[in-house]
Design a protein around this ligand. Structure first.
Ligand code: ZN
Ligand code: FE
Ligand code: FE
Ligand code: ZN
Length: 267
């Protein structure tokens, strides 16, 4: 098996992660990775929340910090510089300006908000009790498609995050996923296998195996991410992730540089 690149990890700047970038890089080497990418939560453009993301003033410091580890590990580990940015309807142009102000290697686009509700935040979990789960799912997939169509992102993050706490739609979501996969393909975005779901109440990677099959069939390229918020989680469960990728039909995954396809690597 070729080593898998871990394209999704955070830094303490987001206010809910631990460990210095150097420790994430050391862990990556220890578990046999050859390439990683830091994709910390981009500043929220709708409001500041120091427990969720860095703010605009901290962004230059983030870039300097990751450039410094990239330098330090040169020759031992390839390090990409990225962000995980929220898709917030109405903030597309502000988001574009932020993402164009630096030569990122890729941008992960994530839907964590439905209107102002951070549906994956444990502190806002009560809202689920008042919500129609099917409706939340339908809205979520609509937002995923809008994210891809915004052309702001290269990779779509954890594409069934709505299941995080175990809430399951009773409506059949096949049509939603097929439509979403078609849009991802048209818009040239990749999908990630995100192993963090295994560490959440749902105890399942994102996305579900049946969904990944649909993305594969539609020709949507693949990346891998641990979504580590702690150095010990870098590359975690990647053996399972590779099995999932292969059983969904994937035979290769995507390497990005300066927001373009650098190469594909065989699984
Ligand atoms: Zn986070
Ligand atoms: Fe996320
Ligand atoms: Fe993340
Ligand atoms: Zn994430």
């Amino acid at each position: 098996m070729n080593p898998i690149c871990d394209y999704h990890m955070h830094t303490p700047l987001c206010g809910h992660a631990v460990g210095e970038p150097r420790e994430y890089a050391e862990r990556a080497i220890a578990v046999g990775l050859q390439e990683i990418g830091f994709s910390d939560h981009a500043p929220l453009l709708s409001h500041d929340d120091p427990k969720i993301t860095m703010n605009m003033k901290q962004l230059p410091g983030y870039l300097e910090m990751i450039e410094a580890v990239r330098e330090r590990f040169a020759g031992k580990l390839r390090i990409k510089i990225a962000l995980e940015a929220d898709y917030l309807p109405g903030y597309e142009e502000k988001t574009r300006a932020m993402l164009e102000s630096y030569e990122y290697d890729y941008i992960i686009g994530s839907v964590h908000y439905i209107r102002r509700w951070a549906f994956d935040n444990p502190e806002e979990m009560d809202r689920w009790n008042e919500s129609d789960v099917n409706k939340v799912y339908h809205t979520y997939f609509d937002l995923l498609r809008k994210s891809a169509r915004s052309k702001l992102f290269n990779i779509m993050g954890h594409v069934d995050l709505v299941k995080k706490f175990g809430h399951r739609a009773t409506d059949d979501m096949t049509g939603e996923v097929e439509e979403t996969a078609k849009v991802f393909k048209e818009c040239g975005v990749a999908v990630e296998i995100n192993t963090a779901g295994l560490r959440k109440p749902v105890k399942e990677m994102y996305p579900a195996p049946w969904m990944l099959k649909i993305y594969c069939k539609a020709g949507v390229p693949l990346t891998f991410g641990s979504d580590a918020h702690d150095p010990k989680d870098v590359g975690r469960d990647f053996d399972k992730a590779v099995n999932l990728a292969k059983s969904a039909g994937y035979s290769e995954y995507l390497i990005l540089q300066q927001r373009k396809i650098e190469k594909m690597i065989k699984l």
